[in-house]
Design a protein around this ligand. Structure first.
Ligand code: CO
Length: 202
């Protein structure tokens, strides 16, 4: 796919990139270093094919990002909760995006019978999504269609989990403008599709 296999080539590519940007705007990094005012928090899958900034075509400084396997939001995950708190209370983002993707390896692994080790504990959250939606999912015979639908339902459930955090509930209670979106990405054509959006509920 590409010939970048060692750190020295990465550093070389980084230098060319930084030089290229400074050529266009000599103060770019200096200005960016003083502030970040993103409007968006992105909670996505760690999959290397789903890079937040590139997909929504936003430069550095415009989107605050948290990624983990299968874009799961767990009520006791201090890592994710801290990201949400900082984004909402300090950065004052206006939108939280939970972005899943079709063909998600984590979601697919949750459907398999064989053990995967430690990660099975994490994937259990996706099995919970299956159990919550078993009536619908058990009727889908085609394997690909089942995986696609579980990827979508995982986004829906994780979006609800974001909405149910004390952080988002408190922000809505304070009357803040904050919208939580559930979105799914297609690896096949690079297009995002919004599945649901939750605004202030009070
Ligand atoms: Co994935």
């Amino acid at each position: 796919m590409n010939d970048v296999t060692d750190i020295s080539s990465l550093l070389e590519r980084n230098k060319k990139w930084a030089d290229g940007i400074r050529e266009i705007d000599p103060d770019y990094f200096e200005n960016l270093s003083h502030q970040q005012t993103p409007e968006f928090l992105w909670i996505g899958c760690a999959d290397s094919r789903v890079p937040a900034n590139q997909i929504i075509d936003l430069p550095p400084g415009e989107v605050f990002v948290h990624r983990n396997i299968a874009n799961v939001v767990v009520h006791s995950d201090l890592n994710c909760l801290s990201v949400i708190q900082y984004a909402v209370e300090v950065l004052k983002v206006k939108h939280i995006i939970v972005c899943g993707h079709y063909g998600c390896g984590g979601v697919a692994a949750s459907l398999e019978d064989q053990p995967h080790g430690l990660i099975d504990n994490w994937l259990q959250h996706i099995r919970d999504v299956y159990r919550l939606n078993a009536d619908e999912l058990s009727k889908i015979e085609d394997k690909q269609a089942l995986l696609d639908r579980l990827c979508e339902l995982n986004v829906v459930e994780q979006t609800h989990n974001v909405c149910n955090t004390t952080i988002v509930r408190d922000a809505w209670a304070r009357g803040e403008e904050l919208c939580v979106h559930g979105i799914v990405y297609s690896l096949q054509n690079g297009v995002l599709k919004e599945l649901l959006a939750e605004r202030r509920s009070d």
